[in-house]
Design a protein. Structure first.
Length: 266
């Protein structure tokens, strides 16, 4: 094929919006040398970010077409960048293949080039309010070539990643005790919780009033208590913020009768 025509065909691949999937067999990234993928997850809940890197072992190439695909009902594309430099490149952020969206990247060099390192990096945000689930990110290699020799034939590399909000556990109050600072309420910490809301009532089945919202702690000092009164406490954990905040079930109530406060009451 004429080099200029081949260049146009390769670069045009990135701009194509496919209406049907291209047949490919999923494989483990580590098994398809020299292409590898890695997925990193940071943050949690509505702040979770997913970063996908496509890398090449040292190899000689002239051109190629690669697309990173994702489920748009789960992830939102935030950014992409290309690492290894080639003479001509084309990036399509509106790539569609069946139900998947993605970022397609086509590249062409003027001559065979020995390369290694990061080919492309794509970052996603996890959509707000999602329950915990697994989503798959596909790296579709349409072909990576060295002139007329196929370095990597058409294939699909899949990575699975856990996203969304893990289900909150029902809190358990471990102890309610009296100290010189007031009533000390302590509960079991949930690694999936962003914070806790503490409620109090003067009767077990009465109306509970919110007395505190805490984050980063699994305890609370209630100093606004009176001598010779019995108080009941409940704790609820939460994830997220604003309208996207979700709450756990309430803990079982735990009571204490205040007999001495600040050392002044008997």
């Amino acid at each position: 094929m004429n080099k200029n025509l081949k260049r146009a065909v390769v670069l045009g691949m990135a701009a194509i919006t496919l209406l049907t999937g291209v047949p490919a067999t999923p494989v483990l990234a580590a098994e398809k040398t020299p292409v590898h993928t890695s997925v990193q997850s940071t943050g949690k809940g509505d702040s979770q970010k997913i970063t996908v890197k496509v890398t090449l072992d040292k190899t000689t190439v002239t051109d190629g077409r690669v697309a990173v695909e994702y489920d748009p009902s789960v992830l939102e594309l935030k950014s992409d960048s290309e690492g290894i430099k080639f003479s001509d490149v084309d990036v399509n952020k509106s790539y569609v293949d069946g139900d998947s969206k993605g970022v397609a990247y086509a590249f062409v060099g003027d001559a065979p080039k020995a390369v290694s390192g990061t080919l492309m990096t794509v970052q996603f945000a996890v959509k707000a309010g999602l329950d915990a689930q697994e989503t798959k990110i596909g790296t579709k290699v349409y072909g990576i070539n060295n002139e007329d020799e196929a370095v990597v034939e058409e294939t699909l590399l899949e990575d699975a990643v856990e996203v969304g909000r893990p289900q909150l556990k029902k809190p358990t109050i471990n102890s309610v005790s009296q100290t010189l600072l007031g009533v000390y309420v302590k509960w079991t910490k949930d690694a999936n919780a962003d914070g806790y809301v503490v409620y109090r009532s003067t009767s077990k089945n009465g109306k509970y009033t919110k007395i505190a919202t805490v984050s980063g702690l699994s305890s609370y000092y209630d100093i606004l208590v009176s001598n010779n009164k019995t108080y009941y406490y409940k704790v609820v954990s939460y994830q997220g913020s604003g309208k996207n905040r979700v709450y756990s079930e309430e803990s079982a109530p735990v009571s204490i009768k205040v007999k001495k406060f600040f050392g002044l009451f008997s």
